[in-house]
Design a protein around this ligand. Structure first.
Ligand SMILES: *Cc1c(COP(=O)(O)O)cnc(C)c1O
Length: 371
């Protein structure tokens, strides 16, 4: 007998395509171009293809390998992690655009492009409070913009951008976007021309497009999460009317290893778990529990799984196992059964990067492509 391999990650390409089309249509209507960010799904080519077919203006990733894989799709590529020095050769070779935040790196990238007789477009990053990449001193940013424009012969100043909501968890408000637009206007005045790109952020900035409050000066976003999983805006930001975006592009299928009743409180002397942590174990008496064959190695954290069946609670896990309380699940479960889960961004990030996970792509239906 031939056994199917699990855990298995299913990607519904029709749903993905509709998400890409909805996001790009809405942004384009607001005068905003979209860099489709593929790093959340390891830049897998069948997924990146749907980004291209669905109307993205550029393909973006933090990883050069993923951009190289997308090279055949005919869209400009954008590196969205400011580059390491060791990457510059490949940045010049593989990417049309890169985000930049260091003056010496710009010097080196320009010299390298000159040697290779190439041109490369850069987007200079402004740190507006999130405290990850970008110039903090906006005068310095303006000086560097002028330097790219006038002195760095093989770099083109495509524009400026900012990133919010990552480290400092700063909300992209209308005020933050206006601050970026004002900075862009200042640089445009200094260089005497319009910038191609004023990039206002990621999925969390798409919220302003959805609400119709994005300031006019912002003309570019870099969007991954809303296209791939659409979890954050409906679940964390309380936006309930994103009807045209599916949250079920991805499904995890995992196989049950055992299912039996056990006490809910461990028996013996309690110390630290497999990851060095002291855990709390609520005592709820004897409960039916199921063990599935997927773990932190595959998922990052087991607690992020969202069961499709009712009455299932995630109790925890180790590198290769996840333990579920299924006492209140009406399904009779036994070893060999398959359980399905919805996923958030982090889970998809880990699952698509993991080599132990089988991948299934449900093809785009003709009807979906037509409507
Ligand atoms: C990951 C990333 C994005 C995309 O973020 P999402 O929340 O997935 O939309 C955009 N810009 C930068 C710089 C990133 O690193």
């Amino acid at each position: 007998m031939e056994y199917k391999r699990y855990p298995r990650l299913r990607c519904d390409l029709s749903r993905l395509r509709r998400n890409v089309e909805s996001v790009t249509r809405r942004c384009h209507a607001a005068g905003i171009r979209v860099a489709g960010v593929v790093k959340g799904a390891n830049g897998l080519l069948p997924i990146t293809e749907q980004y291209a077919l669905g109307g993205c203006d550029q393909i973006a990733s933090s990883r050069l390998d993923q951009l190289e894989r997308a090279a055949g799709l005919g869209l400009p590529t954008m590196l969205i992690r400011v580059p390491m020095r060791c990457e510059l050769e490949d940045v010049a070779r593989v990417c049309d655009y890169s985000l930049e935040s260091d003056a010496d790196t710009l010097t080196e990238l320009n010299a390298l492009c000159a040697r290779r007789n190439r041109r490369h477009k850069v987007v200079l990053m402004a740190d507006l409070g999130d405290l990850r990449e970008g110039w903090w001193d906006k005068d310095e940013l303006t000086v560097q913009a002028l330097r790219v424009e006038r002195e760095l012969s093989h770099l083109d100043l495509a524009g400026i951008g900012t990133n919010l909501g990552c480290y400092g968890a700063i909300v992209p408000t209308v005020e933050k976007m206006e601050e970026l637009a004002a900075l862009a206007a200042r640089i445009e005045a200094a260089i005497g021309r319009k910038l191609e790109i004023v990039s206002g952020g990621a999925t969390t900035s798409f919220r302003l497009v959805h609400q119709g409050t994005m300031p006019a000066g912002i003309n570019h976003l870099r969007i991954g999460e809303a296209i791939l999983v659409n979890y954050d805006l409906p679940h964390e930001w309380g936006i309930s009317d994103l009807d045209d975006l599916s949250s079920q592009v991805f499904t995890l299928q995992a196989q049950v290893l055992e299912c039996r009743r056990k006490p809910s409180y461990p028996e013996g002397e309690i110390f630290i778990d497999a990851f060095g942590r002291r855990q709390e174990y609520p005592s709820r008496g004897m409960r039916r529990r199921a063990l599935i064959g997927v773990g932190k190695l595959d998922l990052g954290s087991a607690m992020r799984l969202i069961p499709r069946d009712v009455g299932i609670e995630i109790l925890g896990g180790s590198s290769d196992h996840t333990i579920l309380d299924v006492e209140d699940c009406p399904r009779p479960l036994k070893a060999g059964d398959i359980l399905e889960f919805d996923l958030d961004y982090t889970a998809v990030l880990f699952l698509t990067a993991g080599s132990y996970v089988a991948l299934d792509f449900l093809p785009v239906e003709e009807s979906a492509a037509l409507c």
